[in-house]
Design a binder for this molecule. Sequence first.
Ligand SMILES: NC(=O)N[C@@H](CC(=O)O)C(=O)O
Ligand SMILES: [Zn+2]
Length: 409
Amino acid sequence: MTVIKGTHLGDIHVENGAIVRIDPDRKGDLIALPGLVDLHTHLREPGREDAETVESGSRAAALGGYTAVCAMANTSPVADTAGVVEQVWRLGREAGLVDVQPVGAVTVGLAGEQLAELGAMADSAARVRVFSDDGHCVSDPRLMRRALEYVKAFDGVIAQHAEEPRLTVGAQMNEGEVAARLGLTGWPAVAEEAIIARDALMAGHVGARLHICHVSTAGSVELIRWAKSKGWRVTAEVTPHHLLLTEDRATGYDPVFKVNPPLRTQADVDALREGLRDGTIDCVATDHAPHTVEDKECEWAYARPGMLGLETALAIVVTTMGPDWDRIAEWMSAAPARIAGLEGHGHALAVGAPANIALFDPAVSWTVDPTALASRSRNTPYAGTELRGRIVATYLRGEPTVLNGKATR
Ligand SMILES: NC(=O)N[C@@H](CC(=O)O)C(=O)O
Ligand SMILES: [Zn+2]
């Protein structure tokens, strides 16, 4: 029997991996949330273990309050077979810090030419339900339609990185005035919005589930609102960085702010927050994208896009959306667990629920030191920034993975 003390719900009693009693007479100042679930994590193993491994990424996740992460398929080799997804799943079990749920690639080698064996990945030990070519868009509409039809049979979902590639050739940042001033090729909002409109129509036509990765523009929010009003099965995520940062960060040419889709304008940020608030956007996902110093700390044009997210996500969401704990539990745990079909995650903290718990101290301030993060990479956009609120403990099925702000393994 473990007793988790000092939470805003009261003392939480845990036995055999489940909550057996909550004592509401003993309330404290720590916020107890259901273990967070990330729909969009890049763990880089196999292939780029110099940037992140399943173990280092799992540790970063646990320190961020996560108990489950969906590991994206753009590894090397690509996670496009039952063999690779089972390997990632096994590595996650061995690390034992969070449940690692592999995402399967939609197309062989992410090449966008031929469907991968989605059924074999679904039937594998990894039980894949989310498929994505993330990093690349499934841009061929015929292939996208067939993928939607295929996963409908086992209630899978296609998570689309919405980017019409013919509109983003050579793109370096958001298309607009700032890009023009900096002399960088623009990534127009329409490249994202055109794919969302097309795929929403197709998901409606097929009757299958579509999920939109890292929504970044006001127009995308409008399109998703429209798709939902039609009753189509479309869900969407927004990243913490798109809820906070704008394209102005690019003016110093610091590649830590280079990301796909790019940081946009304040009007986009406002629309994304509003979309999350009114339920158009279902959840927050980190798009944790570790890159080595060699790949990131170079000239803007050569730097890989992507930024770290797992260890700072909750603090950024509290800062941008306010301390609305029930809604944060929905956006960062219940909704992503539902979308990914993850059993045992996303449950409200109540008697009988699995003891997947994140304990957050909203009062403590800390300064982000990239070299002190658990991630193997250091490409956080918040280096030197003071954040308010930090995870003090995380429990996976009753076992602590983080205690006193430190990983237990
Ligand atoms: N977001 C990024 O800028 N990069 C991601 C790929 C992706 O999520 O598109 C990566 O794998 O590095
Ligand atoms: Zn992506």
